[in-house]
Design a protein around this ligand. Structure first.
Ligand code: FAD
Length: 325
């Protein structure tokens, strides 16, 4: 009797969980691990607590060619309704220690960004104010070079520790990470960010706090608050701002606010957000993204590109507008 590929993978995953790799859960619904609350089951979800556990997982999946997807809080990800035929490695609460020395902050990659920004403020360290409202982990933020007010976390990165596909622990300088607008050289390489060292400027905590409160007030005013969403769906580059304006404005002017496919809807509050009214599927979101792009392209001849990443059932991560192409 021969095993199906699914059975063979299960045999391997049963072997993987006998190693010291962290907390393991089979057939975990991915809808519980991303802010859109969408996605079918992953064969195996692993939540490590140490870098050597991350390295053990990397070595094993590399040896047996098992798809691996690394996530933090899943606030920039769209999982497929079919889930994932492989391993999700979640770097979150179990991997989130933060240490502050002088003007340097060292954080494990699962540290929650608003908590990290808050700790920096208490220590009188400025530079992370723009991240106070970003609900992801520092690992995800570094990979995406995320930020707000046209800033990126890369400006404060001093060095990053990563685990390579082969399970080696490597150290990268800011220059090696090659940060640019919402991009880093780490994207697409399959490395796992395990630790980040940030460098900040000294400032009065009260002044930093004021800045953070202003930022949070502005976000509350502009962004949808109740319905599950994934932040800005489309990228907003400075060239785009100069030529056609920000995506939210373009989509609103195209009359697309409130357009709905299934339970996915272009937010009434901010047109660069797609909200889930309860049972949106990945297919609904992808169809809505495609519709928005077609309308905008036909009206102003501009091709919107996604900031949000889609994860295929085979574990390929891509900007969501490329899904299905
Ligand atoms: C309400 C809301 C507001 C938002 N506002 C902003 C904003 O102002 N600015 C902004 O830039 N973003 C914003 N986002 C998007 C998102 O929060 C950021 O991109 C965030 O940094 C992603 O972190 P995460 O832990 O959720 O990453 P995930 O969504 O889990 O992953 C994002 C990408 O990073 C990879 N990744 C995650 N962790 C690691 C790791 N340790 N090692 C290697 N790869 C990793 C994943 O494979 C994936 O490709 C917002 C999202 C929401 C829901």
């Amino acid at each position: 009797m021969t095993l199906s590929s699914r059975q063979a993978r299960r045999v391997l995953l049963d072997r993987l969980i006998t190693q010291d790799v962290g907390q393991c859960t089979f057939d975990e619904p991915l809808s519980e691990h991303n802010s859109w609350q969408i996605g079918g089951p992953a064969d195996l979800l692993i939540e490590p607590g140490r870098a050597d556990q991350v390295a053990a997982v990397a070595r094993f999946v590399n040896q047996f060619r098992i798809p691996l997807v690394v996530i933090g809080q899943g606030t920039n990800l769209l999982f497929d309704d079919a889930g994932l035929r492989g391993v999700v490695l979640k770097l979150g609460e179990n991997f989130s220690a933060i240490r502050i020395e002088d003007n340097r902050i060292t954080a494990e990659s699962g540290a929650w960004v608003p908590g990290l920004a808050h700790k920096a403020m208490q220590a009188g360290l400025a530079g992370l104010e723009h991240t106070i409202g970003i609900p992801g982990t520092i690992g995800g933020l570094v990979l995406m070079n995320g930020g707000s007010q046209r800033k990126g976390i890369g400006e404060n990165v001093r060095r990053v520790e990563v685990v390579s596909r082969e399970g080696e622990l490597l150290e990268l300088s800011r220059e090696e990470c090659a940060f640019s607008y919402r991009r880093s050289a780490l994207q697409g390489t399959g490395v796992v960010v395990v630790r980040v060292e940030l460098e900040c400027e000294r400032q009065e905590p009260r002044q930093i706090r004021r800045q953070m409160l202003d930022d949070l007030r502005e976000r509350r005013r502009k962004f949808p608050r109740k319905e599950p969403n994934c932040g800005s769906v489309f990228l907003s580059t400075s060239e785009m701002h100069a030529s056609v304006g920000p995506p939210g404005k373009i989509i609103e002017e195209a009359g697309l606010k409130g357009v709905r496919i299934g339970d996915a809807e272009v937010s009434h509050r901010h047109a660069n957000f797609i909200v889930n009214h309860g049972n949106a599927s990945s297919a609904d979101v992808l169809a809505l993204i495609s519709h928005i792009r077609q309308v905008v392209d036909s009206l102003i001849g501009f091709e919107l590109c996604c900031e949000v990443r889609y994860v295929s059932p085979e574990g390929v991560i891509m900007p969501a507008h490329r899904a299905g192409l």
